[in-house]
Design a protein around this ligand. Structure first.
Ligand code: GTR
Length: 325
């Protein structure tokens, strides 16, 4: 009897230990619009591995790629309300919510991708990440989305004037609508997942994006003319639900923050390779790439800056970004 009781007690203790361990394992759900293998998807997986290792398995990350959890506008709401824990999105769809995100989303604000990386790696980047918290999300790190250019199904764009009257899809932000209008074209904001059929059915003539998106979303199949005007260099961002963050200990929060930072180099390495690969893929499949003079594009952006940069804080941010060498 004594023997049995001891055995039962030990079993019970072992079982409760296991229950304790199981309940301490939290799987963080993360959303991404891109397919498996895309640089952002792989970078978030890598971030998850680091978090798992450094928290001794208390936290892990599951990435739901290919917009399984919804389009970016919707997943931003899901992460704000704590339905999902993490979200990797462009800064564009955050523009209506967080004024500071509008500045890195302005056309031609960055001179190059290197300029963007330098700004976002420095104190300006930290300041912009901190601006997310009052809106229910924690900004963890910025990823690279390269430069975005126009593509269409109708004709090669040799100069800014060739865009006149054409219809382009943009991300859901007023800045991009005004940018396209300032170029003499017409903008249609719509979710990423609707672009392919939009072009195929002629609802829009084209869209604008970087080579990896143009390639992996198969837009190159229906819009063969890509013009390298590089009007936007909008960073991508990895955010966490504030409700998830608030449940973590300060030590685990520090681990999450550091793991996100550590995943940036990985994402950039993957990004640089993917950009080259995608460009080669679309060219081999018959896309033509034109190089219009960028100067008239840059000069047309005055009204966009006048309309969207009125707040002194944002004006100062624009000046400080431009001053970064
Ligand atoms: C991609 C970006 C996505 C999404 C998409 C779009 O370049 O990585 O997060 O914003 O563009 O145009 O909607």
């Amino acid at each position: 009897m004594l023997h049995f009781t001891k055995f039962a007690a030990a079993t019970f203790a072992a079982a409760s230990l296991m229950i304790g361990a199981a309940s301490a394992q939290t799987v963080l759900r993360s959303s991404d619009t891109h397919p498996d293998g895309y640089p952002t998807v792989e970078a978030v997986k890598y971030f998850g591995e680091l978090v798992k290792e450094r928290t001794n398995g208390r936290y892990s990350v599951e990435v739901f790629h290919s917009a399984q959890l919804g389009e970016e506008k919707d997943t931003i709401e899901q992460v704000r309300s704590g339905v999902i824990d993490l979200n990797r999105v462009s800064m564009g769809p955050f523009n209506g919510l967080i004024p500071e995100t509008t500045v890195p989303s302005l056309p031609y604000i960055f001179r190059s991708v290197d300029h963007m990386r330098k700004v976002m790696d420095g104190e300006i980047g930290e300041e912009i990440l901190a601006a997310f918290e009052p809106h229910g999300v924690i900004g963890l790190a910025f990823y690279d989305g390269g430069a975005r250019s126009f593509y269409n199904s109708k004709k090669p764009i040799e100069s800014k004037d060739d865009l006149q009257g054409m219809k382009f899809r943009v991300m859901q932000s007023d800045i991009f609508v005004d940018m396209v209008n300032a170029l003499g074209a017409n903008a249609t904001p719509m979710p990423y997942g609707e672009v392919y059929s939009g072009i195929e059915t002629g609802v829009i003539d084209g869209a604008e994006n970087n080579f990896p998106s143009y390639d992996t979303a198969k837009h190159a199949e229906v819009a063969k003319f890509y013009s390298l005007d590089e009007h936007l260099i909008v960073p991508e961002v990895l955010v966490m639900a504030k409700s998830t963050w608030d449940k973590m200990t300060p030590e685990d929060q520090a681990i999450v923050k550091q793991a996100a930072k550590d995943s940036v180099a990985k994402q950039r390495e993957l990004w640089d390779a993917k950009e080259k690969e995608s460009r080669a893929i679309v060219e081999a499949a018959g896309s033509t790439i034109t190089m219009p003079d960028k100067q008239p594009f840059i000069e047309a952006m005055g009204p966009v800056y006048e309309k969207h940069v009125t707040d002194p804080k944002l004006k100062d941010l624009v000046e400080r970004i431009k001053a970064v060498q």
